[in-house]
Design a protein around this ligand. Structure first.
Ligand code: BGC
Length: 260
């Protein structure tokens, strides 16, 4: 009988957040802890903070799920846009397993946030094409059709006409803060982003996750893009933690629709 509670950890460019999750309900059963991502965010330094977080949460289980901000294939980081370049080629699962003595399963952070929303949140029971966009230090994406994830999409990394930087560099929440943009200014950039992804993917629903999901009311009225319904993540920025825990559960073989 698999355990019902798993530790989910969401690794971001500025914070490492974790909590124990009841995977039947998709709810947190422990406090949510956040430790700052070390700078420089090299693999060994992040692994130390990761182990400290697991210790502080007094997790009794043996399996941990993790969302990580890069393309992740078979537990190995393949890109590093907002995290130290030394991560490229690092086996994240092995590194964190060694640091904690637990079995660790890792996927892209936006993919696990999407897994949470599709199972417990705004995308539950949706069979059509759902795009989750996470707004944080970068722009993450997760694409679902009939509840199935197409992993490692990187829809924050294309170029818009007239720009020499990838779109997340001027449309993420990180860019808004760095450039001190008003919500109206930022929303006009995000509008262009939405128009482009909608043109390319024809989603039926767009769910906004990440830290930006908590600020939806600040920019919703400035968005002129109306072609596709846009809603904030129901699990707000806990989606990453909950989805990571759900993914760990799936890897131990369970019953949820987490076929990824
Ligand atoms: C990374 C993605 C990640 C997103 C959100 C991007 O810079 O390339 O893999 O999902 O940031 O953290």
């Amino acid at each position: 009988m698999p355990q019902k509670e798993y530790l989910g950890i969401d690794i971001g460019a500025s914070g490492i957040k974790g909590a124990v999750v009841n995977i039947k309900k998709g709810t947190l059963t422990s406090e949510r802890l956040r430790l700052a991502t070390p700078s420089p965010s090299t693999p060994n330094e992040v692994a130390k903070v990761f182990a400290q977080l697991v210790k502080e949460l007094k997790y009794k289980g043996k399996v941990i799920g993790v969302g990580f901000p890069s393309v992740v294939k078979k537990g190995v980081a393949r890109t590093a846009a907002n995290i130290h370049k030394d991560w490229i080629g690092t086996n994240i699962e092995k590194l964190f397993s060694k640091a904690t003595g637990c079995e660790v399963f890792v996927r892209n952070d936006a993919d696990v946030a999407g897994i949470a929303e599709m199972n417990y949140g705004a995308g539950a029971n949706r069979k059509d094409t759902v795009l989750i966009v996470t707004i944080g230090s970068g722009l993450g994406s997760a694409l679902f059709r009939n509840g199935h994830l197409i992993p490692n999409t990187e829809f924050g990394h294309f170029y818009l006409k007239g720009h020499n930087k990838v779109v997340e560099q001027f449309t993420s929440d990180g860019a808004r803060k760095r450039q001190d943009l008003s919500w109206k200014e930022w929303a006009s950039r995000f509008d262009r982003y939405l128009e482009t992804v909608a043109l390319l993917l024809s989603p039926d629903l767009i769910i906004l996750g990440g830290g930006g999901s908590k600020k939806f009311d600040k920019f919703e009225s400035y968005l002129s893009f109306k072609a596709v319904p846009i809603i904030p993540a129901e699990l707000l920025n806990n989606a990453g933690i909950i989805g990571a825990a759900g993914y760990a559960y799936q890897m131990e073989k369970a019953v949820l629709n987490l076929d990824v």
